[in-house]
Design a protein around this ligand. Structure first.
Ligand code: ZN
Length: 312
């Protein structure tokens, strides 16, 4: 009797925190996916990025607190295409059973040659293949057109995990999709300011091939699609000769990569590194690229004058 009275008491219902209890707990593998998910989920979700701002998600080492967050998540958002091998291993070892969204689902990946290194992580680091191996390129988020697949997949995952939020998620997704479509047009207009023959950029690793395909820029990098292996001296030497032969002026570091090779290339070509592109991670809140959209605006603001060879 007493028990029933307590359960029915309005006072008891007020004890529950009004919002926190209902919010959907979502974990994203890295900062870019976390921002996309926040744009769609808004205040209805709580969100944690495992690989945070300026962290390299190719070679990320998860902490025990990351495994705990994963175990408590109602929904996990990952890129797929071999990008987050550490996440797949965490999931295998944890018996994780929550819903998972693979944001690149439905995208036909670019296939690239692995430079004798492996996305499989530390355990398989010393794998040396004979001849080039073909691997999918995971960096599809660098094409704003392909980001529409990311939006669709994230939205479907949020709706499936929290049907009560469907109207909000779909409204946010539509507005976000429209913003990214407008940003895509802006990127094209910016690239159009560079003479076609000068649309070439040297950067640390092969993170921008989807960008290059979408927007007509050729990217050259001493490192392959992963950051796990250092480039060989011969590879770096070849790149230096090519930079000189083609009079390339746009030389960049990336926010989450080791700058040593790029500094050497700068020294030997006499070029100046034109700043830092945001490739596989956003900046902190106070930095120049705290959101996916800000990342494109920042990168273009550096790329365009560098490709034109403008003094800076
Ligand atoms: Zn990368």
């Amino acid at each position: 009797m007493l028990r029933r009275a307590l359960l029915c008491s309005p006072a008891l219902l007020l004890v529950r925190p009004a919002q926190a209890q209902q919010r959907l707990s979502v974990v994203a593998s890295f900062s870019i996916l976390a921002d996309m998910t926040r744009q769609i989920g808004g205040d209805r979700i709580t969100l944690r990025a495992i690989a945070g701002p300026d962290q390299d998600a190719h070679v990320f080492q998860p902490k025990p607190s990351d495994a705990a967050a994963l175990a408590n998540a109602a929904l996990v958002i990952r890129n797929g295409l071999g990008f987050e091998g550490w996440l797949d291993r965490m999931i295998r070892s944890s018996g994780f059973k929550a819903r998972m969204v693979t944001t690149t689902e439905g995208i036909t990946p670019r296939i690239m040659e692995a430079h004798g290194h492996d996305h499989g992580g530390a355990g398989r680091r010393h794998h040396h293949s004979v001849g080039p191996r073909q691997v999918p390129d995971p960096h599809a988020w660098q094409d704003l057109g392909l980001a529409q697949h990311y939006i669709r997949n994230i939205t479907a995952g949020l709706v499936a995990a929290d049907p009560g939020g469907e109207a909000l998620y779909r409204r946010n997704a539509e507005a976000y999709g429209a913003r990214l479509a407008a940003l895509d047009q802006w990127v094209r207009a910016e690239i159009a300011k560079v003479p076609a023959a000068r649309r070439k950029i040297v950067t640390s690793h092969d993170a921008f091939s989807y960008f290059g395909d979408a927007y007509g820029v050729r990217f050259l990098a001493p490192q392959g699609v992963s950051t796990e292996a250092e480039p060989s001296a011969a590879e770096v030497g070849r790149l230096i000769r090519q930079i000189k032969a083609e009079s390339i002026t746009a030389l960049f570091m990336e926010n989450m990569s080791n700058p040593a090779t790029l500094q050497r290339i700068a020294q030997e070509t006499g070029l100046r590194v034109r700043g830092r592109l945001y490739a596989d991670a956003l900046s902190a809140e106070t930095g120049p690229a705290p959101t996916y959209e800000a990342m494109f605006r920042h990168n273009l603001s550096l790329m365009v004058p560098a490709m034109r060879g403008d003094a800076a």
